[in-house]
Design a protein around this ligand. Structure first.
Ligand SMILES: [Zn+2]
Length: 79
């Protein structure tokens, strides 16, 4: 079940596979429809360059439920 077009954006250094290997055993699921991590959309989020120039940049893992349009999980991870 490989889908190469489904990977994160080109600017992303870290992959969803990396995320799953770290958090795949955790109980991450949508609080509304109870979808598990496999069915949710995980991505590495990084705020635009100008926010980093102002020392207010943030980056981290974001998991969203596309069905409910809700954020399920966010883990801040500064570089
Ligand atoms: Zn949901």
């Amino acid at each position: 079940m490989e889908c190469k077009g489904n990977s994160a954006s080109p600017s992303t250094k870290k992959t969803v596979d990396y995320f799953r290997s770290m958090f795949g055993n955790n109980d991450i699921q949508c609080a509304y429809c109870h979808k598990k991590l496999d069915e949710l959309h995980a991505m590495y989020f990084k705020s635009p360059t100008w926010t980093w120039d102002l020392s207010c940049g943030s980056a981290g893992w974001l998991v969203i439920c596309t069905g409910c349009k809700r954020q399920v999980f966010f883990m801040n991870e500064t570089e």
